[in-house]
Structure formats: C-alpha cells, structure tokens
Design a binder for this molecule. Structure first.
Ligand SMILES: [Zn+2]
Length: 254
C-alpha cells in the first residue's frame, strides 16, 4: 500500500493509505486538506479511522461526511466521539480495502485511545511519537508504559505513523536523557535534514524508535540512570523510570 500524509493545523498529520484507488484516512482533524486533495489530486476516501477523541484528530469528520455521506467511520468506544460510527476496541480486526486492520487499545494519552495496524503501518495517534510519547492526560504511568511496550513489540520494519510532527523537539529531550546514544545522534541529523528539506520526519520505523526513543528504553541502564538522577533514587522498575521521564519531559525546556 502507498502511504502519504496531509499536514493540518500547525503540526498535525492526516495519514492517507491506499493501493491506488480509494484511501483510508487516519485522524482527519481538519477537513480542508482532505477536500483540497480531493479537488487537486482526486483523493477519494474509503474509510476514516480515528485514534482518539481530541478535536485535532476528529474535528474534520462532520464536514467530510457532508461531502461523502456513506463514508464509514471507525472510532474507539467513547461518548466524546459524538459521531455515527462503528466502535472498535482491542483485538478487533477490520477488513478494509482488502487488507486487515488490527485494533490495539493503547490507553494513557486518553483512556480510550486505540492504534490501528494495517500491514506494516501502525497509526498510533498521540500515544507514540518519534523520539517521544504523548502526554498522559487520562491514564496512569503503568497504562501508558504498557501501551508503549506493546507498540514497541511490533516488528522492527513497522512504519510508525504518528499524529504530530514533534521529532526535533523530542530529540532535544532524548539527547538530554541519553547524550551518548549514537543512533539517536544520527536520527537527529536525519530529522534536521528532513525538516530543512520541508519533508516530514515520519514515518519512522519501530526499530529506529527502539534504538532512539527514551520512552521505549526504560530498561536500558543509561536511561534508568538518567531517571535516577531525576528521582534522587534508583527507579524500582520500568514504570517508575517511565513516570520519571514523562514528568521530566513535561517541564523540560531545551
Ligand atoms: Zn491527543
């Protein structure tokens, strides 16, 4: 399948996945870029997949349903997504455009957040970012850590399709945590080149995230040591390491 992306707002990405015909749209927070692509490039949506209820991920759906009234919409079971849609949850498999789309519950950023695995693409919304992760608005550190661990267990070649372009800002924090990580240093150079050329830094690969993203590396000695410096004591486990990193990142200014 062919992956492309429509930028929206300041730093959101609407993902577009297709075989050549109609496309799956992930998290159309704004209808305008989709309508423009329909007019300019003949983009024709086949279905909408929503990862979570935040307006910058769902807000464009009503206008898209006005344009394409029969368009199926898939969303987590959350009353805050007030749309006529098919509700999905952990373990569901959808059959879309002849491909299986597996649903993973990944709570933490929000309580009902889901990710969609379509072939070797994972659409992870605001749970996993390149070199970072989402803020924990509704979940616990244990939930978010578990969600990230299950995403990290996907095959290394999995294309990581995140909801926002946050990679460079995340890289500054990741480098603070692991200044000696050579893979991270190389990824930062790559991301700077991509942004300088006006390109997205995404998708990333899960192998790259496992090598570079501190939030997926809570069991690494150097990441535990960085967390220990924040905590003032050695973290008991990966969850405490994760919680220390997340709290540190919340107040981090590069
Ligand atoms: Zn969000």
């Amino acid at each position: 399948m062919r992956l492309s992306v429509l930028p929206a707002f300041g730093d959101n990405y609407i993902w577009v996945l297709r075989d050549g015909g109609p496309a799956l749209l992930v998290d159309p927070g704004d209808a305008a870029p989709v309508l423009a692509a329909a007019a300019d490039d003949g983009l024709e949506p086949a279905a909408i997949l929503l990862t979570h209820h935040h307006p910058d991920h769902c807000g464009g759906v009503p206008a898209l349903l006005e344009r394409w009234p029969a368009l199926p919409v898939f969303a987590p079971d959350d009353a805050r997504i007030d749309l006529d849609c098919e509700r999905v949850g952990e373990g569901d498999t959808l059959r879309l455009l002849g491909h299986d789309a597996r649903v993973m519950a990944v709570p933490g950023h929000t309580s009902s957040h889901v990710a969609y695995l379509v072939d070797d693409h994972v659409f992870c919304g605001d749970t996993l970012f390149s070199l970072g992760c989402g803020r924990m608005f509704e979940g616990t550190a244990a939930q978010m850590h578990d969600s990230l661990q299950r995403l990290a267990a996907l095959p290394g070649h999995t294309q990581v399709c995140c909801g926002h372009e946050y990679t460079l800002a995340n890289a500054r924090f990741a480098t603070e945590v692991e200044p000696g990580n050579a893979a991270l240093a190389a990824r930062l150079v790559e991301a700077m080149d991509q942004r300088a050329a006006g390109r997205p830094t995404l998708p990333s690969t899960m192998a790259s995230e496992r090598a570079c993203n501190p939030f997926l590396r809570c069991d690494m000695p150097q990441v535990r040591a960085a967390a220990a410096r924040q905590l003032g004591h050695a973290p008991a486990d990966g969850v405490e390491t994760f919680a220390a990193l997340r709290g540190w990142k919340d107040v981090f200014r590069a």
